[in-house]
Design a protein around this ligand. Sequence first.
Ligand SMILES: Cc1cc2nc3c(=O)[nH]c(=O)nc-3n(C[C@H](O)[C@H](O)[C@H](O)COP(=O)(O)O)c2cc1C
Length: 537
Amino acid sequence: MFALHYHDETKHHFARFARSLSYLDWATQPDPFRRYIGAPLVEPPRTPVAEAVPYTALFDGTAPAVPVTRESIGEFLRCSMGLSAWKQYGASRWALRVNPSSGNLHPTETYVLAEARVWHYAAREHALEERCVMDESAWEAWVRPPAGDAAFLVALTSIHWREAWKYGERAFRYCQHDAGHAIGALRLAAAMLGWQMALLPRWSDARVGTLLGLDRDADFPDAEREEPECVAVVAAGDLSWWMDQAPGPLVEASGRGSWRGTANRLSPSRIDWPIIDDVAAATRYPGVQRVGAISHGIGATSHQVGTMSHGVGAGSHQNELLARTIILQRRSALAFDGESGLGRDAFLTMLRRLQPAGPPWDATEWPPQVHLALFIHRVEDLAPGVYAYLRDPAVLPEWKAAMRPEFLWQPVDDLFLLAPFDCRRLANRVSCDQDIAADGFFSLGMIARLESSLHERGEWFYRRLYWECGLIGQVLYLEAETTGGRATGIGCFYDDPMHEVLGLRGHGWQSLYHFSMGVPLDDPRLTTERGYAWETR
Ligand SMILES: Cc1cc2nc3c(=O)[nH]c(=O)nc-3n(C[C@H](O)[C@H](O)[C@H](O)COP(=O)(O)O)c2cc1C
């Protein structure tokens, strides 16, 4: 299986990192903003639509549904893929976004299909580039159910070069993490607006590419190409009708449409990493012919958030927090203070949000394949040590058999204590010697069922395992903000040393993403401006 070969080839080892240029070639640094030159730019109204929605509504599906309009689609994009801030240090100025990205390189591009148009989202301008106008009646026939409200589609692509510029061969993994974070950001923004959202299982990557015009060679004369990732439907009610719709008529309608715009070139030159092209080809999704009984109605579970008695999170009742505020304030910590602790209730609440019920988990159709191995440093009433958290309790015998025989598997609340000890040095070491893995409340590895899931479903599932990791990360990023803490995704870790810690052998279970959380230390040298100058708050 090529995906397994790619996975092995792109591991970081103590003695050797995955292949990359090993230095940053600033002359070829990619432009973080794709534009389609010549495509008309449409600015959606800039009024916030969902300022009063409580944070907990992101997960329990209780936000009232707003009508699908340009204004609400604008809000959806602003609160998922828009800019969150501009940072400056000396002469360097760079944008941060609502969705995180490895190295802040942002390989993920967003498209919206609505009003019989294919729009590319220009994040810097918070505007829609009109790439294609298609036949109105063909669009309406595809998107409007016999007696119901219209939906719209949102699609994601990756520009591998943006990540490969810095990270070389390992970059494909990061593109997939980022796509997972983006799916999570989109799904939670949809929940804020009272909408449902789910990936469309019948759409092959090839079909998504044609729909978005990614295979229009003339529109990419010397520009870096985009790899299709996924397309999702967004609507207020049950999504089953769109889940079952055959892609063909819509692909044909966009093919017959009138296209405008030429993709900008992101770098004056670039280096090819053939293994990335090969793994992308090996993991393309073929689409399914028919959809089984997939139900995407409302009815998500609601989690009660307990109040804290002491520790971080004390008095920070999630029920009083606003979804939009938390979404827009999400950032990665650059360093943690090395002393603050996390309240036990807040910790258990965030773990419960990783159970696959309701948003964002209803965006995807597969049961959990990714579980957590945690290095707990400072969580109230929990002994420091290595713990396991299972997102599906049925995995317990499998994990026990796969891991070190000396592990305790002692139940502690929703977790299992595997080995009690001060694991800060170990956590730091396996996460590429990064202090953020040791100085926070905890860090963790997301351990995925790799080989058997690819055998059962196909190599295309390799991408989805990373998407699942990205979804977990996105939820934890937001949860961290609700405790007064902050999180950071960790793509740089030593793969097999982490497996050695847990006693994992072979390709059965592999760590795909690490993560950390704590109380951040700010860098006073950086200045911060709003993501959009026109926003007053
Ligand atoms: C997949 C992924 C991997 C990351 N890996 C690391 C890492 O190894 N070390 C680190 O300090 N930050 C890491 N980050 C954090 C990014 O650097 C951060 O998201 C980016 O700079 C944008 O900043 P923001 O999250 O504040 O918007 C990672 C983020 C993602 C999404």
